[in-house]
Each structure stands twice: as structure tokens, then as C-alpha cells.
Design a protein around this ligand. Structure first.
Ligand code: FIX
Ligand code: ZN
Length: 434
């Protein structure tokens, strides 16, 4: 069953039957509502066609995804040095052979490739690679995007846009993009923790900033954010932070966050997204696959939510050990919205654990998942897994209400699923019909 339109999902929550379901009817109702409701994918690394080759799609990009590269180096004698000397096609060939021919694709990321090929009507056996290449070569990107989003049950995705990215910047400086299924986000890693390596870029673009972010720097960073808000019309501002991140401290990142970024978020009515807990490049030899995870001190989030009650914080934490704390903090601060089972957490067994805990502690006042897709077709398997994992969790939650003497209707289920995968985000970002 493919997802209905965004407006239809809204409508459904008003017109669907309000009669209480019997215990036996709950599971199929949950599965149908999850399948027919289009989700908003609030964090991806996908790009609309206006960005050309920056937007990744197709089988060679799917196979050389850094999740698969990490697994490849465990199942092959090829060294990273040898691997990076190969062409994209040769890299994809090597990964296909090692993970799909010489081994069974049992991991979440390898099984995802099988799910994508199958969903697109392609063979999935050991000799499927060449036929897949022929298929993708024949696709026109606009139609392919519409089809992939329809199959994935996604109405729109939110990009990750870096104003200092040399490939992205020219697109924004020449009118930007207006694709209704792709929304922008102002990603500020280079401005915040990357300041030492990037303040000169701002200076070269005419902003009176300096290495210590002193003098007029804060006001100039706000001017920079204002200029990019105008260009991108972002839904939120965002940054990824390491496991050692803390606020407040005497770092330049803390200063710019508190004195420039959060005030600008208030000025433009935008949430600030904090993705906390990455240990960057613990193994640089495997590049993007070389990042790891560490437990963070979430008192930083406590301090931010308490010190900036006018700001809204969309927070995702990478460490499994930080999940419970985040839930508890969300019960203390209604300007805190937990979202997603990020990166190494995006595995059904862990998504189940985290989502159960969030429902028990937060009801439907959180955003269960984002795909973090880097390659277009990944939304197909990442959202299929999410729907498959969420169905028994929601069914169980509703059956408990039923067994405890309460009633739950199809309309209730539609309202709740809309809230989890649409309106929590829409309300926080002002996005309508996304
Ligand atoms: O910082 C981020 O947005 C992370 O999601 C990425 O850097 C990471 O490489 C990734 O692809 C995770 O899924
Ligand atoms: Zn990401």
C-alpha cells in the first residue's frame, strides 16, 4: 500500500472512523495507517536536482555508502590505501563481491541494498549488479525521485546544507533551489566547532570576523546567518557535536552558539538541531567510515534548554547510553524535542528499544526517526525498516490501552502517526503540507 498525499493524511485524522477498535483489529489498523501515511524525513544528506552531482543516487553510490565501506574492510584483504586508488565502479564491484557474493547480506546496511533492488523490480542475486547499472542509467532523475519517495512513503526530505561547502555554495548564490520535496537546513559545523579552520573564509567573503571571534565577530556572524537565512529559507539550523561537547565552556564554539546562533534562531523563529556524540575520525584511513561514537555529558543540553527557554532544540544523541537521559530531559523541558535513532543506532533492535522507552516516557511528543540517507534510494529501505519496527511497538501500546479498559479508534491511530512523523516537526518548523 503506497502512502496517500500529505493533506490526505491530515484529512484522515478527521474523517476516519472514531469507533473503538476490538483488540484483534488494532494490529492491521496500525500497519495500514503506517503504510498509508507519508512521512517527513527531517534529516538527510540528499540534494535536489539543482545541486547536480552533489546529490548521490544509483547502485554504485549505494554500494560505496560509508556504512558498507566499514563492513567491506572487515570482509576483504583490500587495504584502505588500495581501495581509494580504485574507481567508483571498481570500488562498488569489490564491495558487491565481498558482501553480497562471498557473504550473505545479513547486516542492516547490506540487506538494505537487497530491499532497494527488489522494490525497484530488479533481481537481487549474485549476478544482479550489471542489470542494476543498466536500470539506473536509464532513469531521469526528476521522475526517479518521485517514484523513490512514493515507494518509501516519504512526502519530502530535509537536506543538510553547508553555506561554506564549495560545491553547494554556487547553487545558493545563483538563486538556490525551489523543489517542493526538498527543504533546506543551515548546517553550521564549520562556523561552530570548525571556526579555527574557516573564519578566514568568512573574512574573505567580507565579514569582519577574527580568529578569536572577538570585536565585531559575533555581530558579523549574525549578519552571515541573516544572509543565508534569506538565501536558503532553512527549516532549522543544525550542528553535529562530539561526545566531549559541553555548554557553557570557554570555547569559541560555545561563544558563537550562545551569542550568535541561538539569538539568530530566535530572530528567525527557527529551532536549533544538535546531533551529539560523534567521535570524529578515530580511523582516518577509512574516511567517512572512520567516525565512531562516545557517550556525551547531556548536562550541556540541560544547560542550553534552561538558559535559552525561548529557543527550541531538536536533539539527537548518538550513544545508546545517552537515550534515557535525553528522554528524561525532554520531560523537564518542553523546548526540547528528541528525534531519530541516529547513525549506529539505526538498527531495528536498537530502534525498538529506544522507541519503546520514548513512548513510555513521552507519549507521542517526539520524532521517532530520520533516515540520514546519503544516497537517494536509501530512503526506501530505511523507512521500510522503520515502519516494520514501529508497527508492533504502536500495536502493543494501543493493546495495553485496550486491555486496561480504554478505547482506541482508527482516527486516534492516524492522529498519533501524523503527530510522530509529521506535525511534531511541522509545528516546530512552521512547515505546512511538507
Ligand atoms: O553529522 C551527520 O549528519 C551524520 O549523520 C553524518 O556525518 C554521518 O556520516 C552519517 O552519514 C550518518 O548516518
Ligand atoms: Zn546526518
Amino acid at each position: 500500500m503506497e502512502a496517500t498525499s500529505a493533506n490526505q493524511a491530515d484529512l484522515n485524522s478527521k474523517v476516519l472512523p472514531a469507533e473503538p477498535l476490538s483488540g484483534g483489529q488494532i494490529q492491521s489498523a496500525v500497519e495500514e495507517v503506517l503504510a498509508s501515511t507519508p512521512f517527513i524525513d527531517i534529516h538527510t544528506h540528499l540534494f535536489s536536482p539543482a545541486f547536480g552531482k552533489v546529490g548521490l543516487w544509483g547502485i554504485d553510490e549505494l554500494l560505496t555508502y560509508h556504512y558498507l565501506e566499514a563492513e567491506f574492510f572487515r570482509s576483504s584483504n583490500t587495504t584502505p590505501e588500495q581501495y581509494w586508488k580504485l574507481s567508483k565502479r571498481e570500488q562498488a564491484n569489490a564491495i558487491w563481491r565481498a558482501l553480497f557474493v562471498e557473504n550473505s547480506p545479513v547486516s542492516e546496511a547490506t540487506r538494505g541494498i537487497i530491499a532497494v533492488l527488489h522494490a525497484l523490480g530488479l533481481p537481487t542475486g549474485p549476478s544482479a549488479l550489471e542489470e542494476a547499472r543498466v536500470f539506473f542509467k536509464a532513469q531521469s532523475i526528476e521522475e526517479h525521485i518521485r517514484r523513490v519517495f512514493r515507494i518509501a512513503g516519504v512526502s519530502s526530505v530535509v537536506m543538510t546544507n553547508d553555506p561554506l561547502d564549495p560545491e553547494e555554495q554556487p547553487v545558493w548564490l545563483n538563486g538556490g533551489q525551489k523543489h517542493e520535496q526538498f527543504h533546506a537546513v543551515l548546517r553550521l559545523d564549520r562556523i561552530l566547532w570548525g571556526w579555527p579552520g574557516h573564519w578566514q573564509r568568512l573574512a574573505s567573503e567580507g565579514y569582519a570576523v577574527d580568529e578569536k571571534a572577538s570585536g565585531k565577530s559575533i555581530a558579523e556572524v549574525r549578519r552571515f546567518l541573516g544572509d543565508w537565512h534569506e538565501r536558503m529559507r532553512p527549516l532549522y539550523m543544525a550542528v553535529s557535536l562530539t561526545d566531549t561537547f559541553f555548554y557553557p565552556d570557554d570555547s569559541i564554539a560555545s561563544k558563537i552558539l550562545g551569542e550568535a546562533v541561538l539569538p539568530s534562531c530566535r530572530e528567525f523563529g527557527l529551532p536549533m538541531s544538535l546531533m551529539i556524540g560523534v567521535r570524529r575520525q578515530v580511523n582516518p584511513a577509512i574516511r567517512l567510515a572512520g567516525d565512531a561514537v562516545g557517550r556525551a555529558d547531556l548536562r550541556a543540553v540541560e544547560n542550553l534548554c534552561r538558559s535559552f527557554p525561548e529557543n527550541r532544540f531538536l536533539v539527537s544523541v548518538l550513544s545508546r547510553e545517552n537515550q534515557h537521559e535525553l528522554c528524561v530531559y525532554a520531560r523537564k523541558f518542553n523546548n526540547l524535542m528528541p528525534f531519530g535513532c541516529w547513525w549506529f543506532l539505526n538498527n531495528p533492535s536498537i530502534v525498538e528499544e529506544i522507541t519503546r522507552e520514548r513512548i513510555e516516557l513521552l507519549g507521542t511528543s517526539f520524532i521517532p526517526q530520520h533516515s540520514d540517507a546519503r544516497v537517494l534510494e536509501q530512503v526506501i529501505y530505511k523507512w521500510r525498516n522503520t515502519r516494520r519496527t514501529l508497527a508492533p511497538i504502536l500495536t502493543n501500546a494501543y493493546k495495553l490501552i485496550h486491555n486496561d479498559g480504554g478505547g482506541i479508534s482508527r482516527r486516534d491511530i492516524q492522529r498519533d502517526v501524523n503527530r510522530l512523523f509529521r506535525s511534531n516537526f511541522e509545528k516546530w518548523t512552521g512547515l505546512r503540507g511538507g
